[in-house]
Write a protein that binds this ligand. Sequence first.
Ligand SMILES: [Zn+2]
Length: 242
Amino acid sequence: MKIQFLGTGAAANHGRYNSSILINDKILLDCGPTSVANLKKIGLKTEDISTIFISHLHGDHFIGLPFFFLDSVILEKRQNPLILVAPKETISKVLKIAEIVYGGSLKKKLLLDYPLNFVSIEGSFYEEEISECNFQAIQTKHGEELAYNLILDFNGKKLGYSGDSEFCETLQQTASKVDVMICERTSPKEKLKGHCCGDEIEILAKGMKTDSNLILTHFVETEIQNSNPNFIYPNDFEKFYF
Ligand SMILES: [Zn+2]
């Protein structure tokens, strides 16, 4: 499994790009505002992406979607299908944003020019076979927003992703099941509502399998101080193989 970070920053941060993680050069976990530009910086096109998973509908995790669609229609004239796996209000929100910022005619064009397979995540637990993986979404706690922890199972190798999540039982259960966990650690020490901090990550790690890997992301700070050598702290564009 190849994991490359297109953005490792929290919604407000000191110089990192926003959340987007590329898996095996064709799957995106979240699509923040900077995702399309960063995909191109590493030599890929939006049409190289087969599937996008969205953890929740906060702007730093999904607001790249209107631009992803725009690029697909206007520049790449995409023909191959795109699978979008996301909370059920995603399409209506993307279209609303497109209408506000570009007007109604573009809104109509955005989703019609190539096959879009929208898989709507609903309920507190959702499971589906999606392209080459088994997918699970487990509802977690993140303030008022409906948010999910995601698990992608690639033939027995399980990848977990917290999107945004406060430290809770759901997050601990998700982390305990997977081989590689990508977890948000928004602030090093200060407890921010709806998010994890460094001390909580130490507890989370204790509940994980001994041979698993914990990658942290969604940082406020640019330079990571007092990093724990047992955890991985990626920078933007850094890649890992598992
Ligand atoms: Zn976020």
